[in-house]
Design a binder for this molecule. Sequence first.
Ligand code: 8DG
Ligand code: CA
Ligand code: CA
Length: 333
Amino acid sequence: MSKRKNPCEGKGNADFCEFLIELAEYERNVNRNIHKYNAYRKAASVLAAHHKRIESGDEAKKLNGIGEKIARKIDEYLLTGKLKKLENIHHDASAQAINLLTRVSGIGPVKAAELYRCGIATIEDLNKNQDKLNHHQLIGLKYFEDFEKKIPRSEIKDIENKIKTTAKVLDPEYTVTICGSYRRGKSESGDIDALITHPALCGYKGNKKNEEKLLQNVVDALNNGLVTEVISVGETKFMGVCRLLQDLPARRLDIRLIPTDQYYCAMLYFTGSDVFNKTMRAHALEKGFTLNEYSLRPVGVTGVPGEPVPISSEEEIFDYMDYPYKAPQDRNM
Ligand code: 8DG
Ligand code: CA
Ligand code: CA
């Protein structure tokens, strides 16, 4: 996972979005309150999508996902141009340190707090305490500056072509899709989220012997040029680092091997955005389905999910749920 980014650049309510996203990050990284994190992100995304400039907390409160507390923050911001809560966070050394440490790939909020308790507050401190880091975190530290850089769309396009060509040379039956913000049409992305599938791999009738090597073979082939470091690799998920050309930054690359019968649910999930996914899941529940990265299943009156519905396109998932189809570029919420 790349650290989640601001979904609301350049819109009429961008300043509200920015402080809400900052509060969200604080809740996740420092307080480890995922509930508040989600609430702030949802509010930011609702404001980002709103067609006109919000002029009061009460006006904001009419929007779905904005409650009393956030409305009062909007009032405070409109009145004073700042937020006391954020000012305090900015002056809180531990909050600042923990926020910084979580920007290192592989360091989550719990590890960041643990490191801070050991007196580690800066990247320099991390460099002096590498014995406290695991393999993923060491790679995150080594490429800290590179991983902070956004990846231009054109570079991902080239990486996409390289992965597709490499897979097809191994076996023309591979299918490769780059998901994440790239598939949503963003001009730059934080990392690269690749999905691959192969007809030999189906959730129901998978040939175990075959599937063990389906991902490994692709990764091995990419090791001659594109992939430069392996963070971890299992039967279904590769996490690593790639570099398209010597003078370009190193990039985070994840590749997931998905059974064919789960491919479209996975594609939908890994295309995101995460806020869009939450909306979609909530809508599925209203329509009597449960949706996740693997499948769409009807929920019976007893509340027990049934067998997965067969799916052969993303559109079908929307159809089943009676939800108007949204193209990937319209899922940037
Ligand atoms: P970015 O990398 O350009 O910052 O944006 P992104 O591509 O939208 O974010 P991502 O963190 O790489 O996640 C890719 C998609 O995976 C995301 O758009 C939706 C889905 N997803 C969630 N929740 C989570 C999660 O907690 N972790 C990960 N890895 N993916 C998630 O909906
Ligand atoms: Ca990712
Ligand atoms: Ca991504």
